[in-house]
Every structure is written in structure tokens, then in C-alpha cells.
Design a binder for this molecule. Structure first.
Ligand code: M6R
Length: 369
């Protein structure tokens, strides 16, 4: 049932190009058009929405953090993202013009379900992004966009995360088209670029041996830090979460701009720091800033593991280990930069003798508080 792989997690990591392709299937047309019939909210009502609120837990929350950048950029709608466990006990300001998006692989996470009910009670419309047909969260939502990752057995989420991201991008692009965007050709071009993502993930997967080797060499470390900016920041959080749950190591993700506000004090000789670098063309300003951050931590002795776009020569002098990923539009970059972090965590956990499919203390679906 593991299809020849030593673990479900490795199988599910390898299945990501297919999972992403399946989630796009039938939803994007050749001309950069979108067909999302599942979003049963009429176009007139979509135009009236004045705010998007995303609620989720764990890895699904990280996909929501990335979605915020895309939604605000493409739709100009304000977007808040909140941990469902916090949102459900707050007094959120929502009404019939709000769209609440609940993201959940299982569709059964108690906090996310309660957050969704809380949003409905305030009159908000609710859209679920979910991987499990007929589960509770979609049943209680006004509409559902299913991710087509197939069953995810390993406790650590991998292919479900990438497909959640795809679904978030589709919702953002759909809203942009329904509400009108000042650059419709730009929107169509991103939709066309999405079609190339499965191939890009294939290429990342084909070059993972150095990442596994690096992971094995770090098996005795106590701490790994992850840094990112823009959409790379939630990717850093996701890389750290994967390492915690699989390798049982101290791992933290930071926004690189926060370094001088505290975290740089942690940097000491030999500390591995993974840095997710934005595209030099797509985000030139941020690219320059992160290159300075890499220099700063390296000057303090960090062992830098740099994930950067192919052809990014500027980072080379400061990268102790360079992991290259194919070029994508800036907002789509998490679809390729997350993959090496999954492989890294899985290999490091294995090198430490951990069982990767069933990490200690964790359940696949958290149906209690
Ligand atoms: O089923 P859900 O997407 O609602 O689950 C949310 C989290 O429990 C889940 O993503 C968890 O953080 C994973 N173990 C992360 O790998």
C-alpha cells in the first residue's frame, strides 16, 4: 500500500505533482479562464464581499498565511488569517459581506469547525477548502472547494498542504476575475503559470539527494532556524513545524526582517539556518534585503542553507548549501520552496531513528480541543 516507498510520508511527498495536477484538473482553461462551479456564491454576492477571513490550524494555517498575500494582491480585499483556536474565542467583526474560508485537510478538526460556526453565527458566508469528501466542515459550509490530494495517511501534512495552496490561489484568482482586476491579462498569465507547477515540483523532487545528505549530516544538531520574507515567511514556519513534528528538534521560523529584533541573538557558530529566498525578478527589493540577512547571520557563524531560484547567482557566495528551485511567479513560489523542506525534515527524522508516519504524541486529525 506504500507503493514501494519505505513510508507513507515519502510516498505522499512523491505524489505531489499528481496531487497538484488533480486539484487543477477541470478548473483552469487554456485561455487563462477558471471554472469553479463549486463556489456556489453568486457573482453579485462575490462582488459585495468586503473582507476575507481565513481560519485553520497547523499546516493548513500556514497555507492561509500564504493565501493572504495572494488575496490582497490580486483582489485588493482585506484578508485576515487566524488560528481557529484563537478565533473561536474572540469577538470577530463579521457580517453578511464577509467571506470566511475554513481550510482543513480532514474536515474534522474541532477548532476549525467551531471557528466556522462562530463565523456563521455573525452572518458570514463560509467557504471550505477541504480534502475529505462529505466531512463535517464542508457539510456545514455554504460552498466547498475540494483539494484532490487523495488520502493522506502520514500524520505530517505534505501533499494536502500543496493542494490547499493551489485551492487558495484558485479562490483568490476567481475572486479577482469576478470582482474585476486592473490587470486581467496578469491574472490570466498566473492562471496559465499554475498549469506548469506540477512539472516544476517534479524537477525539485528529482534533485533531492543533496538535501537528504545534508539532513543526515545535521542529525546531531539541537536547533535549526528557518527564515523567510513575504510568502517565504509562512514557508519558513512550515519548514520549522515539519522538523518539530518529525525530528523532535527545536526548530523556529522567523520573518527575516525580525532578525535584529531578537532572533539574531540565537545565531552562534555552526547553527544551521535555512533561508527561503524570494525570486530576484519577482521581488527584487525583498531579494536584496534577504541577501543582506544571509550575510549578517553568516558573519556570526551560521551554517547557511539557502533555497533560491535557479540562476540566482547573488546568493551563491553566502550559501554553505544551495538548494535551487525552478522559477515561478513570486506569489506561487511556496509551491516549490516547501518541497525541499519536507524532504529535509523527513530525512533528518529518519537519520535520528524516528518513525516518520506516526510521530510521537500526534494524531492525524485533532477532533478534540
Ligand atoms: O485536518 P486539518 O487540515 O484541519 O489539520 C490541521 C492540523 O492539525 C494539521 O495540519 C497538522 O498541523 C499536521 N500534523 C501538520 O503536518
Amino acid at each position: 500500500e506504500k507503493g514501494g516507498y519505505p513510508s507513507f510520508m515519502l510516498k505522499e511527498i512523491a505524489e505531489q505533482p499528481r496531487a497538484v495536477a488533480d486539484t487543477l484538473l477541470g478548473r483552469i482553461g487554456p485561455e487563462g479562464t477558471l471554472t469553479l462551479d463549486e463556489i456556489r456564491i453568486p457573482a453579485r454576492e462575490l462582488r459585495e464581499i468586503d473582507k476575507v477571513v481565513i481560519v485553520a490550524c497547523g499546516t493548513a494555517f500556514h497555507s492561509g498565511l500564504i493565501a493572504k498575500y495572494a488575496i490582497e494582491h490580486w483582489t485588493r480585499l482585506p484578508c485576515e488569517v487566524e488560528l481557529a483556536s484563537e478565533f473561536r474565542y474572540r469577538d470577530p467583526i463579521l457580517d453578511a459581506r464577509s467571506l470566511t474560508v475554513a481550510i482543513s485537510q480532514s474536515g474534522e478538526t474541532m477548532d476549525t469547525l467551531m471557528a466556522l460556526r462562530h463565523a456563521r453565527e455573525q452572518g458570514s458566508r463560509v467557504l471550505a477548502i477541504c480534502n475529505t469528501n462529505g466531512s463535517t466542515i464542508p457539510r456545514e459550509s455554504d460552498a466547498v472547494l475540494y483539494t484532490h490530494a487523495g488520502p493522506e495517511i502520514a500524520v505530517a501534512s505534505t501533499k494536502a498542504f500543496l493542494t490547499q495552496l493551489v485551492a487558495c490561489y484558485l479562490v483568490a484568482l476567481y475572486l479577482a476575475q469576478a470582482r474585476g482586476n486592473k490587470d486581467p491579462e496578469g491574472i490570466r498569465s498566473v492562471i496559465r503559470d499554475l498549469a506548469g507547477v506540477p512539472g516544476a515540483i517534479e524537477r525539485v523532487l528529482a534533485g533531492m539527494e543533496p538535501v537528504r545528505e545534508l539532513a543526515r549530516s545535521l542529525a546531531d544538531q539541537d536547533t535549526v532556524l528557518f527564515l523567510g520574507r513575504h510568502v517565504g515567511y509562512p514557508v519558513a514556519l512550515e519548514g520549522a513545524l515539519k522538523l518539530k513534528e518529525l525530528a523532535y528538534m527545536h526548530a523556529e521560523g522567523f520573518a527575516a526582517g525580525e532578525l535584529k529584533h531578537g532572533p539574531i541573538a540565537l545565531v552562534d557558530r555552526g547553527l544551521p539556518v535555512v533561508v527561503v529566498v524570494p525570486s530576484p525578478q519577482g521581488e527584487p527589493l525583498l531579494h536584496g534585503k534577504i541577501v543582506s540577512n544571509i550575510q549578517e547571520i553568516r558573519a556570526r557563524g551560521a551554517r547557511t542553507v539557502v533555497i533560491a531560484q535557479e540562476g540566482d547567482t547573488e546568493v551563491v557566495p553566502y550559501a554553505d548549501h544551495l538548494i535551487s528551485v525552478p522559477a515561478t511567479p513570486a506569489l506561487l513560489q511556496p509551491l516549490v520552496t516547501t518541497v525541499p523542506l519536507q524532504v529535509f525534515a523527513c530525512a533528518l527524522a529518519t537519520a535520528r531513528g524516528n518513525e516518520v508516519d506516526q510521530p510521537r504524541n500526534l494524531a492525524k486529525s485533532v477532533t478534540v480541543e
